[in-house]
Ligand binder design. Sequence first.
Ligand SMILES: NC(=O)c1ccc[n+]([C@@H]2O[C@H](COP(=O)([O-])OP(=O)(O)OC[C@H]3O[C@@H](n4cnc5c(N)ncnc54)[C@H](O)[C@@H]3O)[C@@H](O)[C@H]2O)c1
Length: 260
Amino acid sequence: MSEPAVIGRVAGKVALVTGAASGIGAESARRLAAEGAAVVVADLAAEAGEALAGAINEAGGTAMFLALDVTDQARWGAVVQAVLDHFGRLDVLVTCAGISGDRPLLKGRYDVWKRIMAVNLDGTYLGLAAVAPVMAAAGRGSIVTISSIAGKAGIAGAPAYCASKGGVALLTKAAAAELAPLGVRVNSIHPGFIETPMVLNSLAADPNGAARRAAQASRHPVGRYGRPREIADGVVFLASDESSFMTGSELVIDGGYTAV
Ligand SMILES: NC(=O)c1ccc[n+]([C@@H]2O[C@H](COP(=O)([O-])OP(=O)(O)OC[C@H]3O[C@@H](n4cnc5c(N)ncnc54)[C@H](O)[C@@H]3O)[C@@H](O)[C@H]2O)c1
């Protein structure tokens, strides 16, 4: 007997993507929609988020924008409820919202540390805590967190960013262990340097940006930065049922950065 026709690798699923107005989150939202998911574009940046949701709808997909500050626990509750009210289900959470802007320890500022931890780590925790009860009650779900190569090894000058991304990796494993018996999978993605506004804006503001880019690119054995699409393809895989036996795992997409 042939399998029923399914249009798209995540067809029928509803996916909530944070940080979806830019970079990796935006490309993940586009790819999930192209593969058949209804996508909730969630971000602080309303204009870019609305524009992306509009573009997905115009291209024949299904998307809506919801304003979300991932550090705001009450807003997380309202967003998840809005998704359920509108779509009646929530199958996938992708936590792309994140910030960099770290300072070296020797020039450290506690306020910078706290802000990076609040967005990258607390924001991921609040997202997991908001969606876990919904997914557990449904007996299904896939959560994809975005850690980093900076969650696997230290990067000089980035103590808070590394600590936040290491925290995301272990938060992911703890959540995976807790939620696996309930049918919910939780996996992390660890990108190398990717061509997104986060990285490109920082290079543009640096008089030595070109040299810094060349040095960073050469740390990747493939010799270049990655592209948002190369991370979004991993997001779609982990969101889809193709990865049904994966939970608590680290999908490293880094051009070989951590291999050498
Ligand atoms: N670009 C890279 O090289 C790279 C490498 C490894 C990991 N990452 C991670 O990937 C994720 C996406 O990064 P990107 O490179 O696409 O960056 P980006 O700056 O292009 O996009 C980040 C998005 O997050 C949103 N955001 C920031 N703070 C928020 C908040 N409090 N609430 C809601 N939204 C918020 C921003 O508005 C923006 O749209 C981040 O977690 C980042 O740390 C990026």
